[in-house]
Design a protein around this ligand. Structure first.
Ligand SMILES: *Cc1c(COP(=O)(O)O)cnc(C)c1O
Length: 414
């Protein structure tokens, strides 16, 4: 960095420390990833200076001709990636994208059928702490004992509550989703369908998971998880919902779009269209399968019976008598970052639940493969099983640093 070190040593210092943390640790939070240097450059560009309320070709401000090119490229690439009829790339993040969809498709008081939060649903799908839960009526379906979405329960709930919208797409769910089966239930009760693919968008774009975009009414996503773009959101929909969606995002909910961020999204979508991204997405899943096998072999209870995607939800309480919080903290001390998480119908509290959630997108970006996953699973088990043993945690932290040094990250960036 040329200017920041002298212009603002405090912020520069914090960035430097965070860079070292990212370089030296094992990042296993399944919603995190490492963007390319090209994405970073677009994100740090002069496009941040421009106001461009409105949409390409139809703005409230002058001087938008190049901004229009940027936003149109992002839209066209997203359409190509997912086979979408209409795309809005302006949502500032995943949560505002979801909120905009609710206001585009629903009236206050309308019923939404979403998945129980302890079964993998997301806060923005109507958790009682959110404002959306005050405005709309959220009811819940669950997963079954085999760990699949309980389609009988979903259909029963839909018949009983006659929702205006049926919502799928999750944050801690590790299995594939049968979109046609859910669309069929929605058709039976006259509900609209929404898929929130925030976690798995990269896997879908690469053809490694089922794609709801050609089937569902609306699909929302973040762009910063498996899709490996900048922090942001996006809405894809059928042409018949295009007007309502665009109006809900602006002027309904947001002001000026963040065009530097939209440029970075376009760069990331361009990367995702390349053959290398397919290889990346395949490896994400292969790596997750190795973790699944290694944890199963060590006697851990895997929620939903395993994984079809990039993440695992593991019940450490039942498996090893260690709470999610204890496991998270101990692994943190050993240089392995993941998060504690509720398991389905968790008897414990969200602040100290029974499970941990972890995944492979960030490690796979670093170039790690099956062999590293085996090693890492062994380290994780040692730390969890000896979570109070400072010596073991320190030893593993040293090994983590040796391993990460072999997989350079942002080497000449600072
Ligand atoms: C991450 C996530 C979101 C929220 O995205 P933010 O960018 O954090 O607002 C929404 N839905 C699901 C399913 C997610 O996993």
């Amino acid at each position: 960095m040329k200017f920041l070190p002298t212009a603002d040593p405090d912020i520069y210092g914090a960035i430097k420390k965070e860079l070292a943390r990212q370089q030296q640790g094992l990042e296993m939070i399944p919603s995190e990833n490492f963007v390319s240097l090209a994405v970073l450059e677009a994100l740090g560009s002069i496009l941040t200076n421009k106001y461009s309320e409105g949409y390409p070709g139809n703005r409230y401000y002058g001087g938008c001709q190049y901004i229009d090119d940027v936003e149109q490229l992002a839209i066209d690439r997203a359409k190509q990636l997912f086979g979408a009829e209409h795309v809005n790339v302006q949502p500032l993040s995943g949560a505002p994208a979801n909120i905009a969809v609710y206001f585009a498709l629903l009236q206050p008081g309308d019923t939404v059928l979403g998945m129980d939060l302890s079964h993998g649903g997301h806060l923005t799908h109507g958790h009682p702490v959110t404002y959306m839960a005050k405005i709309f009526n959220f009811v819940r379906y669950k997963t079954n004992a085999q760990g699949n979405i309980d389609l009988d329960n979903l259909r029963q709930m839909a018949l009983e509550h006659q929702p205006k919208l049926i919502l799928v797409g999750y944050s801690a769910y590790s299995r594939e989703i049968d979109y046609p089966a859910i669309q069929k239930i929605a058709d039976e009760v006259g509900a609209l369908t929404m898929a929130d693919i925030a976690h798995i968008a990269g896997l879908i774009a690469a053809g490694e998971m089922n794609n709801p975009v050609p089937i569902f009414d609306v699909v929302t996503t973040t762009t910063h998880k498996t899709l490996r773009g900048p922090r942001g959101g996006m809405i894809m929909c059928k042409q018949k919902h295009a007007k309502a969606i665009d109006k809900a995002v602006f002027p309904g909910f947001q002001g000026g779009p963040h065009e530097h961020n939209i440029a970075a999204k376009a760069v990331a979508f361009g990367e995702a269209l390349k053959p290398e991204f397919k290889t990346y997405a395949k490896q994400i899943k292969l790596n997750a399968k190795v973790l699944e096998a290694e944890f199963r072999a060590r006697g851990y209870h895997l929620c939903f019976g395993g994984t079809d995607n990039h993440l695992l939800l593991v019940d450490v309480m039942t498996s090893k008598g260690v709470t999610g919080k204890q496991a998270q903290n101990a692994l943190d001390e050993a240089g392995i970052t993941l998060n504690k998480n509720m398991i389905p119908d968790d008897p414990r509290s969200p602040m100290d639940p029974s499970g941990i959630r972890f995944g492979t997108p960030a490690l796979t970006t670093r170039g790690m493969k099956e062999a590293e996953m085996k090693t890492i699973a062994g380290w994780m088990d040692s730390v969890i099983s000896n979570h109070e043993n400072a010596e073991i945690k320190a030893q593993i932290k040293t090994q983590v640093m040796t391993l990460t040094a072999k997989f350079p990250l942002y080497q000449d960036w600072l």
